[in-house]
Design a protein around this ligand. Sequence first.
Ligand SMILES: Cc1ncc(COP(=O)(O)O)c(C=O)c1O
Length: 365
Amino acid sequence: MSHGEIRADSEPARTRPRTRVELDAIPAYRAGAVAPEGAYKVSSNENPFPPLPGVVAAITDMASNVNRYPNFSSESLVAALAERHSMPPECIALGTGSVAVLAQTIAAVAAVGDEVVVPWRSFEAYPILVQLSGATLVKVALRSDFTHDIEAMARAITPTTRLLVVCTPNNPTGTVVTEAEITELIASVPSDVLIAIDEAYVEFVHESVRLPSLELVRAYENVMVLRTFSKAYGLAGLRVGYAVANPRIATALRKAQLPFGVSSLAERAALASLANEHELLRRVAILVDERERVLGELRAAGVEVVASQANFVWLPLADRASQFGQYLEERGIVARPFDGDGVRVTVAEPPANDAFVNAAIEFAR
Ligand SMILES: Cc1ncc(COP(=O)(O)O)c(C=O)c1O
């Protein structure tokens, strides 16, 4: 066999490296599509603003140090997060994005024969991470108004359930779980089942409907919260997220972390971002205003759209979802269609939002 030649798939299976059967059930993760030059990329819920002031300088400063491993336990960032949330540092566990922290969570609590309950439709990574772990995936359908069906999630718990994931605001529908609902859920879930509240988009949620999630972590050993620097903080490319959890759970999550995953660049960038709260809040307010403008203009034109508390909106187009995704793409807007279900569109810079609103109104006609 010469260089560059790949062994054909027709080779007898027994002569080829074996992969786990679990992988056969896992769809290949479809990251937000690549947007052609000049198109608006509104497919990955990224932040349209550049990194916060001080971030680029902090990364540049650290760049000459990348021949060294990062600090294994990222003490500075852990300390800053502990202070921010008024929690002891033992309660913070980091990872390369909150998706990695969720993978650490699953690895820490569930194995073959255990069940993990997730809402559905929700974040695409949930089924992948659960199936990869070998644990059994239990999907609980959203209600017809695209919110979590809390009663059905509680009913889905069995003696083998180890983890229940709550996604609020839910990706891709933008709906939130209320304080009454989370209280009801915690009350009905056995205390040996961990509840992970994924709050990747929490900064975009109006204060009046924000969960007292850190208070819940303080009050219940089986409640943990996932947060990320990828969305409001605009550091998606640097990969850093974290959990706030009971110290015993946080220790388990740290054990399941890949060594040296969080880079020194990511740590410095996250620290510089945390030091810029004022500008962060200003940018979040702009994006929230844009979200409300988009929702208002679509509704005024009779386009069905779900009320969102995140930095994206959901058009429940059912079997016209793929067609609308294609329609947008032809107009230079790369969104995220989910075949047969709906289309998720990130709230981005105003010209992108305008182009999307106009296209959605035209499509509805
Ligand atoms: C609900 C939810 N959780 C977690 C993530 C992962 O974010 P990251 O791994 O970049 O922190 C995403 C990203 O899209 C998300 O939508």
